[in-house]
Each structure stands twice: as C-alpha cells, then as structure tokens.
Design a protein around this ligand. Structure first.
Ligand code: DX5
Ligand code: ZN
Length: 226
C-alpha cells in the first residue's frame, strides 16, 4: 500500500516578490499546511523572516482554512511566542535545543491558543523529547541541518522517524511527525513509510522549472501511487 502523508510547502524557497500569489497557488493545489521558516542568524547561520510576514499570510490562511505551520529556528523563542500568535500562527514549533525551559514554552504556546510543536536537530538524541512528547501536537524531525533550503536528505533520518513513531505508539501521546529537509518526490514515499505524517517541501514545491501546481501534483501522484 502506498503510504499516505500530508504536504506542508515551505515558503523559504518561494519568490518573495510574489509571496501571496505563490502561497495561494500552493493552497489551491492542495497544500495541507503552509510551513514558515523563521531564522535569527544565531540559532542557525541564516536570517529569514518574522511575524510581519506571517501576518501577511493570515488572511489567505483564514479564507482557505489552510493552517500556518511556523517553525522557529531562533534562540530564546519564549520572547516571541505572543508576537507569532497575534500574527496568525496556528502551529508554533520551537527547537528542543533552543530553550532551557521547553516545558514552559509548550504551556505558553497552548495558552496562546496555538498547537505546540517541538523540532529536533539531526544530532540531538530523541530521548530529549521523552518528557514532553505527551504534551505536544507535533514533532519536527529535521532531516537536514537547519538553516537553508535545497540541502540533501540525511539518510539516517529515516531510522529516527521510525524510532520516534515507536516512542509515540508506546504511550508517548498523540503527536504527529513532520519531517523537514531534503524531501523530494523520489524519497517522499519512503519517508512516509518510515512513519512521517507530514512532509515539508520547500525547493521541491517552489523551486525548479515546473510550476508550483505541477510540483504539487507530482507529490500527489506519490500519494495516490499513480
Ligand atoms: C531548513 C528549513 C526547511 C526548508 C526545507 O532549515 O527548516 O523547512 O525550507 O527546504 P527543502 O525542502 O528545500 O530542503
Ligand atoms: Zn522548516
């Protein structure tokens, strides 16, 4: 059976001069979430966008019902949770490596009315998630070192996805597993088979020679097995 997965196009690889139109196209082509990568130049070596850009997508998200899945790759995320809630983030994920008080951060995200996610870098042992696993809606397994789009999928990620799935099934709550980095149509089925529920795809949706709609349709073919 072809494994099912949901798709979260990452706007990191979008043409920001046409952001609204490109996101609308991805939504119309069946995006399940819109993934927004926030980078501060400290936690990761790149600087991207902040609450202002999230806010600019809020109306589109409300009109279409496609949630904004905001991935914070920033130090001290606790300082900015309210800003992202006000900007319209529906799911807010912080890195397990980026805060000392992860438990409190998760509580605050929930209190602000958002779903809470935790992202984990390729070198961080999964055991770091054990205590908070029952408390979160989503875990983001980083399948590249965060910071840039267009990198190659780290093959060891698949084993980590399977082990995390086992941890969840063994009583670790109801979190879904999102996989972020290097996802393409050629490896999507295998990543889903390893246990991923949601696949983030940046360059594979917003890059290349084809249109966004064509790229999205190629992913849909993987799901339908046709
Ligand atoms: C990487 C970001 C990803 C990125 C994925 O640090 O978290 O969401 O946009 O890009 P691709 O799909 O091109 O690897
Ligand atoms: Zn991301």
């Amino acid at each position: 059976m072809t494994p099912q997965f949901q798709l979260a196009p990452s706007i990191l690889s979008a043409d920001f001069s046409q952001l609204g139109a490109q996101v609308a196209e991805a939504m119309a082509a069946g995006a399940d979430y819109i993934h927004v990568d926030v980078m501060d130049g400290h936690f990761v070596p790149n600087i991207t966008i902040g609450p202002l850009v999230v806010k600019s997508l809020q109306l589109l998200s409300q009109e279409t019902g496609v949630p904004l899945d905001v991935h914070l790759m920033i130090e001290n995320p606790e300082l900015y949770l309210e800003d992202f809630a006000k900007a319209g983030a529906n799911i807010l994920s912080v890195h397990v490596e980026a805060t000392v008080h992860l438990h409190r951060v998760i509580q605050v995200i929930r209190d602000l009315g958002m779903k809470a996610g935790v992202a984990i870098n390729p070198a961080t042992p999964l055991v770091m998630l054990e205590e908070v696993l029952p408390l979160v809606d989503q875990i983001i397994i980083m399948s590249v070192n965060p910071g840039f789009g267009g990198q190659s999928y780290i093959p060891e990620s698949s084993g980590r996805i399977s082990r995390l799935k086992q941890m969840i099934e063994a009583g670790g709550g109801t979190a879904v597993i999102e996989v972020d980095g290097g996802v393409k149509t050629h490896n999507a089925a295998a990543i889903a088979a390893a246990g991923a529920d949601i696949l983030v795809a940046g360059s594979a949706v917003f890059g290349g020679d084809q249109s966004i709609t064509e790229n999205m349709m190629d992913f849909r073919k993987v799901v339908s097995g046709k």
